[in-house]
Every structure is written in structure tokens, then in C-alpha cells.
Design a protein around this ligand. Structure first.
Ligand code: P5A
Length: 441
């Protein structure tokens, strides 16, 4: 992408209503624009990151055997009346009436609808286990939308729903999602801790939040520090026994302040006690027959008798993650994107956009990197060098290459690593090779 063809409205000033780094940087880098309280337009740069996160989440769901679909944002109130949640949900639900005076709502979640879909088609245990998911916008009329996209009213969620013949099978589905989540967050470049949680309005008796550590986090987190040391499961056979990966984590103490047990925490060896602030980026629930019961979602078992299916739901805050990743990875100059979700791989800074030599080197590098799939953003503007450097730091691409007339005379350009600050002077060819290898290894 050439900056001259792009739309990246960078702000000089930090907007006054943005109090935390991710919100400030997202507004300043021109990633999002608030259109109403808690409702954002995703500008091109933010949209790229959102799509990258969404794709990683999708790939890990697919690996775990979940099947993608898409349900509507607008739902009929009838299903919610059937499960009793229409009244239970309260003012967080955006209620709408259509021209025929029918009660509708903008979906805050989809347990009710997916259970209706399931019961309409699935009749036999032979179709189980089944996991369905979608990545769709939700609306919750939060009392205090804040911190930009982290607590929005309209937000993008990945929600998966599992259907099983009995509790033992349902727990296997829960374990699959648990492992898929560990791998998802690792690929996103963040360390997420599974913490025993309160099921809240979703219901059920088994629930974990996945929390990433950041000073601005809304909840306090207390845990055994070994949880931070464990490597993600990586490639696993999802049909095998996954308890190895899950049980050893569940066995270690981890709680947010709501459920914190001072005595259990004190029992952890002192040097292993960890307390910090955290952001919830995922939440999984096992709720058994909470929805399938009232909605009469039965299937025929191998015993020839009807069984009420046992369900779970599994959420990831896709749009919240854009902010949460920035909270976990930034410095005083701006965002520091993990490679896997960076909007572009490499920034190319042409220090003199009216100079034939720098132009030629930039053009060659731009086409080499583009062909190799590295996705360069070429700053071909006529802005001053200082403006280009600080803008590049702000948007946080993993590498920035500076091409100036002085370096070119000596046959070199400079490659800077955004995360470490390390700089190397390389010939243009060596720079291209190095950068391509960074994104293909
Ligand atoms: C699980 C999937 C559920 O809604 N039903 C379907 C279950 N869980 S949850 O914890 O309420 O939400 C799942 C994740 O969505 C993100 N999230 C939000 N993101 C931005 N703004 C909000 N207002 C918001 N509310 C929830 C969180 O990441 C949460 O873990």
C-alpha cells in the first residue's frame, strides 16, 4: 500500500476523552472513529488488524472441529421468551419493534437462536458432537461504555456453541475449546491466563475467563505464576484426551477479584504468587440443559430414548482484542504490533520523495516485499522525515526501512525493529532478503 493512496487520518493531538494507551493510540493512528457512545467506525488501518485477529480466531476454531456459519444480528424476542431470558436480560438488551409491532432485539449473544436452529434439524446422537460458531457483531447497551473498543456497545464476538449427548461428552467439547483458546491467544502474540469465573447471565456451573495482563485491566487477577510459564499446546489431535493441557492449568490457583479466595492464594509458595490487573478477552461456559431444557432440544440416544442435549458456549472478544493487544504491547512512542496481527509487515520511509535514487530503491523494495507477501506500507508522502518517523512508530509496524540519499551513496538503507529498537544498515538486496525471511520463517 502506498500512503498516498491510503486513508490513514493520523491525529497530532491526543483526544481528551481517551484515558488509556490503546484508546489514545487507536484514535491517533486513525484506526477507529467513535460514531456514538461505544459505537465505532473501523477505519482502514483498524479494519486490517480486526480482520487479521478474526482470521487467526477462525483458523483455530476450524482446527478444533468447530463449523463456521453466520446468524443474524437482529433476533425475534419470541425465542428469548421461550428460554426466559427476555425479561432476565434487563436494560443491556437493545429492544426494537418492527413496523408490524413485533418485538425484536439486537442480539447480545446467540444461545437461544442456535438452540432453535439445532432443534429444528438434529434428531440423533449420531450427529453429535457438534460445535457451531460465527463471528458476528453484538450489541449490549453497557451502562458505561469506555476504553474505546474494549468496552463498546457494538462489538465483534466469535461465539461457538457445543452440543453433546451427555455431560461427559460436553466436558470434552469444553476441553477442546479450552485448548483452542490457548493456541489462539498464543498466535495473537499475547499471554492469556485461564481463570475460574462466574457464569453470570449466560448461566451454568463451569466457566473460565481468559485474561491478559495489563495495568489498565478492569479486574484484579491473582494466580500461580507457573500459569504464565506454560507453553501453548500447539498442534494437537483434538480427538485425543486433552486433559494433559487443561487439568494442569485448572489445578493452579487463578481468580479475578470477584471470586478471589485469600486463603487459597496464600497457600501458593510466596515466590510463585502473582497479582496484577487483567483484561478479559475470552469467556467459556458449560451450562448443560439451561437452554435445551426449556427449548426441548432432544436427540435420540443409542439407547433409543430421547436425551436433552448438554450445551456450552465459548466467546472471544474479537474487537476488544485490538485494544487489549495494544494494552499489552506498546511504548511511549506508540503501538508495537505482534507480527501475526500487524496491519502491515514493513513500513518503507522515503526520506526524499523528490529524489530519483531514493525513489528507485523504494520502488524496487516495495515490489519485492509485495511479491513476497510481506505487505509493505510505503510512505511516499512529501512530509518531513521527523513526521514520517513518528507516524511509523505510532502505527507500530514490526519493521521500518529508511531510505535516504546519504545512505544510498554508501549503498545502504536502514532497517529498524520496532520492538527492540535495533537498527541495521544493509544493502537494499540484503534488507529485502532479511525482511522476507522474518515473515516466512
Ligand atoms: C459466550 C459466547 C458470552 O456472551 N455467549 C456466547 C457467551 N460471553 S461473554 O463473556 O459475555 O462475552 C464473550 C466475550 O466478548 C467480549 N465482550 C465485549 N467486548 C467489547 N465490548 C463489550 N461490551 C463486551 N462484552 C463482552 C469479551 O471479550 C468477552 O470475553
Amino acid at each position: 500500500m502506498r500512503l498516498s493512496n491510503y486513508f490513514m487520518p493520523v491525529l497530532k493531538e491526543t483526544p481528551a476523552d481517551a484515558t488509556i494507551a490503546s484508546h489514545q493510540y487507536m484514535l491517533r493512528a486513525g484506526m477507529v472513529r467513535q460514531q456514538s457512545a461505544g459505537i465505532y467506525a473501523w477505519l482502514p488501518l483498524g479494519h486490517r488488524v480486526l480482520k487479521k485477529i478474526e482470521q487467526i480466531v477462525r483458523e483455530e476454531q476450524d482446527k478444533a472441529g468447530a463449523v463456521e456459519m453466520l446468524m443474524p444480528t437482529i433476533q425475534s424476542a419470541d425465542l428469548w421468551k421461550e428460554t426466559g431470558r427476555y425479561d432476565a436480560y434487563g436494560p443491556e438488551m437493545l429492544r426494537i419493534t418492527d413496523r408490524g409491532d413485533r418485538e425484536m432485539l439486537y442480539g447480545p449473544t446467540n444461545e437461544d437462536m442456535i438452540t432453535d436452529i439445532f432443534r429444528s434439524y438434529v434428531r440423533s446422537y449420531k450427529s453429535l458432537p457438534l460445535m457451531l460458531y460465527h463471528i458476528q457483531w453484538k450489541f449490549r447497551d453497557e451502562r458505561r461504555p469506555r476504553f474505546g473498543v474494549m468496552r463498546g456497545r457494538e462489538f465483534l464476538m466469535k461465539d461457538t456453541y457445543s452440543f453433546d449427548i451427555d455431560e461427559a461428552a460436553a466436558r470434552k467439547s469444553y476441553y477442546k475449546m479450552f485448548v483452542a483458546y490457548l493456541n489462539t491467544f498464543a498466535r495473537l502474540g499475547i499471554q492469556a491466563i485461564p481463570v475460574k469465573a462466574d457464569p453470570g447471565p449466560i448461566g451454568g456451573d463451569l466457566s473460565h475467563e481468559f485474561v491478559i495482563l495489563a495495568e489498565s485491566g478492569e479486574s484484579g487477577v491473582f494466580c500461580h505464576s507457573d500459569l504464565l510459564e506454560m507453553a501453548a499446546p500447539g498442534e494437537v489431535d483434538f480427538d485425543s484426551d486433552l486433559s494433559d493441557h487443561v487439568d494442569k492449568r485448572m489445578a493452579l490457583y487463578a481468580a479475578t477479584d470477584e471470586k478471589h479466595d485469600e486463603a487459597a492464594f496464600a497457600a501458593i509458595p510466596k515466590d510463585k504468587q502473582m497479582s496484577a490487573r487483567g483484561i478479559e478477552v475470552g469467556h467459556i461456559f458449560y451450562f448443560g440443559d439451561k437452554y435445551s431444557g426449556p427449548m426441548k432440544a432432544d436427540v435420540m440416544g443409542s439407547d433409543g430414548k430421547p436425551h436433552t442435549i448438554m450445551g456450552g458456549s465459548y466467546g472471544i472478544g474479537v474487537s476488544r482484542l485490538v485494544g487489549a493487544i495494544i494494552e499489552a504491547s506498546h511504548d511511549e512512542n506508540g503501538i508495537v504490533w505482534p507480527k501475526s496481527v500487524a496491519p502491515f509487515g514493513v513500513g518503507i520511509i522515503n526520506l526524499k520523495s523528490d529524489n530519483e535514487d531514493t525513489n528507485a530503491v523504494c520502488e524496487t523494495l516495495y515490489s519485492q516485499l509485495s511479491k513476497a507477501g510481506v505487505d509493505p506500507l510505503y510512505d511516499d508522502s512529501s512530509d518531513r522525515g521527523g513526521v514520517k518517523f513518528s507516524r511509523m512508530d505510532l502505527i507500530g509496524l514490526p519493521f521500518a526501512v529508511t531510505v535516504g540519499p546519504r545512505g544510498i551513496k554508501e549503498g545502504v538503507i536502514e532497517v529498524k525493529n520496532r520492538a527492540t529498537g535495533e537498527r541495521q544498515s544493509l544493502t537494499p538486496d540484503a534488507a529485502a532478503k532479511f525482511l522476507i525471511s522474518e515473515f516466512t520463517s
